[in-house]
Design a protein around this ligand. Structure first.
Ligand SMILES: NC(=O)c1ccc[n+]([C@@H]2O[C@H](COP(=O)([O-])OP(=O)(O)OC[C@H]3O[C@@H](n4cnc5c(N)ncnc54)[C@H](OP(=O)(O)O)[C@@H]3O)[C@@H](O)[C@H]2O)c1
Length: 309
């Protein structure tokens, strides 16, 4: 019997790394794509075939997709890109061209909740456009995954918690929104890539077990890190954009980010299908907060080490 071969884009990222690991455990041959050889070393040791190249290089991608039974695709867009939307479009064209040229029959594509909307959703509008590019490929079997915001986004907030003692963003404090663990996205993606049990175009929303507001996230996280008074502060859009640029991200990304949070605040980005069993993923934020607490403790001890040295 032939071994299943699956190509995984972004194999060092939040979803791709976990998908690649799951596929290897299931016995698949994995072609793990990324841009940094050293970051792919662990997957190579675990048995993956590692390929490095740029996601905007259609030739590189077509070679990586050719002969595979299925491919996991995503827009890997670097948040430093000077024109984020243009870069999303360039990567999207390359991916669609490569899918077409390689003839790979099944594609599981990472999209986002809100990708049904074509404008005024910031970074999500680029994913809407990418859904369209892929859907137009004749004969494709395409599963579009539309996850909510990842729990993993809060890893990036930990440094602000350490410095400022608050959780801060431009999202309104009390709007409850779905949020999901990347590992739950990976579980659904890996199963679909192995089983390839759909045909034509399919859409799957991926929501956490329950909706959460930023204020609630701050409360749960605060308890786990031993700062029960941790609270959430909503920043004005301009301050949020300035903070992102101050952290080194491009102004273009910052503008699209706050546009996305405006769409969240206006309740324009929400599930369409409701919480069917397959949409509501199992990992709770309360459980995931344990991982965040571990990372926070490591951050504190690293900071102490630097101070004493
Ligand atoms: N975060 C959320 O809440 C959320 C929600 C819904 C949808 N999404 C979508 O999820 C996607 C990102 O997925 P993710 O979080 O799994 O990935 P990620 O953690 O952002 O990682 C990106 C991956 O792509 C690689 N990469 C970056 N630039 C590259 C380039 N120029 N050429 C080749 N590889 C490159 C990275 O490699 P290195 O390790 O070398 O950097 C890494 O493996 C985005 O399209 C985003 O819009 C995110």
């Amino acid at each position: 019997m032939n071994t299943t071969t699956i190509t995984v884009m972004g194999a060092t990222g939040h979803t791709g790394a976990k998908i690649a690991q799951r596929l290897l455990k299931s016995g698949a041959k994995v072609r793990a794509l990324g841009r940094t050889e050293s970051k792919l070393a662990a997957l190579r040791s675990a048995g993956a075939e590692v390929r490095t190249g740029d996601v905007a290089d259609a030739g590189f991608l077509a070679e990586a997709f050719r002969g595979a039974d299925a491919a996991y695709t995503l827009l890997a867009t670097d948040r430093h890109a000077p024109d984020y939307a243009e870069r999303q479009a360039r990567e999207g064209e390359a991916i669609a061209g490569a899918v077409r040229d390689s003839g790979v029959s099944h594609v599981v594509a990472l999209s986002s909740l809100g990708a049904n909307l074509h404008e005024a959703t910031g970074v999500i509008a680029g994913l809407h456009a990418q859904e369209g590019r892929l859907q137009r490929i004749a004969g494709i079997n395409l599963l579009l995954l539309r996850p909510a915001s990842f729990f993993e986004n809060f890893f990036e907030a930990l440094d602000v918690v350490r410095h400022m003692g608050v959780l801060a963003d431009s999202v309104a404090p009390d709007i409850a929104m779905p949020m999901v663990a990347a590992d739950d996205i990976a579980a659904v993606a890996a199963k679909a890539l192995m089983e390839r049990d759909w045909s034509g175009i399919a859409v799957q929303e991926l929501l956490g077990p329950r909706d959460l507001s930023q204020a609630e996230v701050a409360r749960i996280l605060g308890q786990r890190i031993g700062q029960p008074d941790l609270h959430y502060v909503q920043l004005p859009d301009a301050d949020m954009a300035d903070a992102l640029v101050g952290a080194g991200l491009s102004a273009s990304f910052a503008d699209l980010y706050v546009e996305m949070t405006r769409a969240f605040n206006a309740n324009r980005v929400h599930p369409l299908a409701g919480c069917a069993t397959r949409s509501c993923t199992p990992t709770t934020f309360e459980h995931f907060a344990g991982e965040l607490a571990g990372a926070y403790a490591a951050l504190l001890s690293c900071h102490k080490l630097v101070k004493t040295n």
